[in-house]
Design a protein around this ligand. Structure first.
Ligand code: AMP
Ligand code: ZN
Length: 474
């Protein structure tokens, strides 16, 4: 399978370092506030990547972290710790904030049918590993101390910033031009970053630990390196995150990990494009901060969001509009209804023997689907193959099985559709719908129209869309 590797800027053939198992790390959320539909997009992408690897027969060992300390309001080293800020805002302890928003994140995963990675690591539970890694960097001479922390000297590396595709000089000037990095007193280079921050004088922090350099807390970047290496080893196959992680967080993960081990840290870096809402960056102050649970409370299907994200490349920026979301929901509900009808018809028809021609056809659909998802997760194409399968003349039972197997990747929970088969539609009508579809597939349009009239006379409406056919009570 091919994956677009941010490190090389190319689609590359993916093969794990150890053929027996793919090691895969995903940067997790900072749990200081509710998860929103932007997070949903990034974690659906990360989930689908794991599903595609498994679909292609790989075993996967995956870690996702929960950032519950150390992520400052600026991605670099200035500003307040987001967790402490959340605790002040809600007059709760930092630990309560972490627990509450971690659960909120898990709830979102459940609503979107995102599987939880087998290893979930909380940063606060890996402080000793972070300290050991920093000690290693200190021993190798990569660190220096300032008034507020222990820093990594990026000028000691010749390839610092390689993930950005920019030279060190260009990276420095783009950081200087940007507002995201404020200069911290005592830092030698604008690109240097904190490995360990001291608890500031006269400040009471709820989360702090003793270390060889003084009481304080780890920098956000060292957290991910330490947790990834603790479970997956010094060189891992795949690492994911959002595009915003490229210039600072992931760049610094690479710098410190490779400085400590002398080995490549990650072989494939994959990044999800951001989601905007009605053309704007999501933020509470703009009032366009949308949570998945809110959509569900308004009666929308959360999995329609998953469907919507499948329609575009994971790498591109995507703009969420209510109209596009409702369109995705209509298509998704249509697909569920088709699944329900297929299940029902196949149950009634019993097991048919697959003719050679149809077996070849089913095999071709499966191959086309596999090729699409293996082409850097071309999910829009995979969805198109799904609909072609729906419209084909395969038997209901074969279609159903094939679509369920596609759903191992798509994650649209199509299996449960059999439960929401509209009770209001009687068996004989459903049979007529299937009969008409078959006739249409065989291009017997006059006969198909007769069947349609019969259905309509019985008080039901047949709706044909590009995506397939459904039936409703008039
Ligand atoms: P955070 O909780 O801010 O650390 O973000 C967790 C993950 O969600 C990161 O990989 C971010 O890149 C990603 N993320 C945050 N906001 C968005 C957004 N609007 N669209 C897509 N991904 C996002
Ligand atoms: Zn991370």
């Amino acid at each position: 399978m091919k994956l677009y590797n941010t490190l090389s800027g190319k689609n590359e053939e993916f093969r794990p370092l150890n053929p027996a198992v793919v090691t895969y790390y995903s940067c997790g959320p900072t749990v200081y506030d509710y998860a929103h539909i932007g997070h949903a997009r990034t974690y659906i992408f990360a989930d689908i990547l794991e599903r595609v690897l498994r679909f292609n027969g790989f075993k996967v060992k995956r870690v996702m972290n929960i950032t519950d300390v150390g992520h400052l309001t600026s991605d670099a080293d200035s500003g307040e710790d987001k967790m402490e800020k959340g605790a002040k805002r809600e007059k709760k302890s930092v630990w309560q904030i972490a627990e509450f928003y971690t659960n909120d994140f898990y709830e979102m995963l459940k609503l979107l049918n995102i599987r939880r990675p087998e290893n979930i690591t909380k940063a606060t539970e890996y402080i000793p590993q972070m300290i050991s890694l920093i000690k290693e960097l200190e021993k190798k001479g990569f660190t220096y101390k300032t008034g507020d922390g222990l820093y990594f000297d990026t000028s000691r590396l010749t390839d610092y910033g390689k993930l950005t595709g920019k030279s060190f000089k260009d990276l420095v000037s783009s950081l200087k031009a940007g507002i995201r990095v404020e200069q911290v007193e005592g830092k030698k280079n604008i690109t240097d970053f904190a490995l360990w921050k001291f608890t500031p004088f006269r400040v009471i922090r709820q989360m702090e630990w003793e270390s060889p350099w003084g009481k304080g807390f780890p920098g956000w970047h060292i957290e991910c390196s330490a947790m990834a290496m603790a479970i997956l080893g010094e060189t891992i196959d795949i690492h994911t995150g959002g595009v915003d992680h490229i210039p600072i967080h992931h760049t610094n993960e690479i710098a410190q990990s490779e400085a400590a081990t002398g080995k490549p840290f990650v072989r494939f870096w994959l990044h999800a494009g951001h989601l905007t809402v009605e053309g704007e960056k999501m933020s509470k102050s703009l009032g366009n901060f949308i949570r998945v649970a809110e959509l569900a409370a308004k009666g929308y299907q959360p999995l329609a969001l998953r469907y919507l994200f499948l329609t575009a490349s994971y790498r591109r920026e995507m703009n969420f509009t209510l109209a596009a979301f409702e369109g995705a929901q209509a298509a998704y509900l249509n697909l569920r209804e088709i699944m329900a009808i297929l299940k029902d018809s196949s149950r009634k028809a019993g097991r048919e023997n697959l003719s050679v021609g149809k077996a070849v056809k089913a095999g071709n659909f499966r191959q086309a689907f596999t090729e699409a998802v293996s082409d850097d997760l071309n999910l829009a194409k995979a969805l198109a193959v799904t609909w072609e399968t729906v419209k084909s003349n395969l038997s209901p039972g074969d279609k159903y099985e094939l679509l369920l197997s596609f759903d191992e990747v798509l994650g649209l929970d199509l299996k449960s559709a059999e439960n929401d088969l509209q009770k209001a539609i009687p068996d004989n009508i459903r049979e007529l719908v299937m009969k008409r579809q078959k006739l249409r597939a065989e291009k017997k349009f006059a006969e198909a129209d007769e069947v349609r009239e019969k259905i309509e006379k019985s008080g039901f409406e047949v709706i044909d869309t590009e995506k397939g056919t459904s039936v409703k009570k008039k």
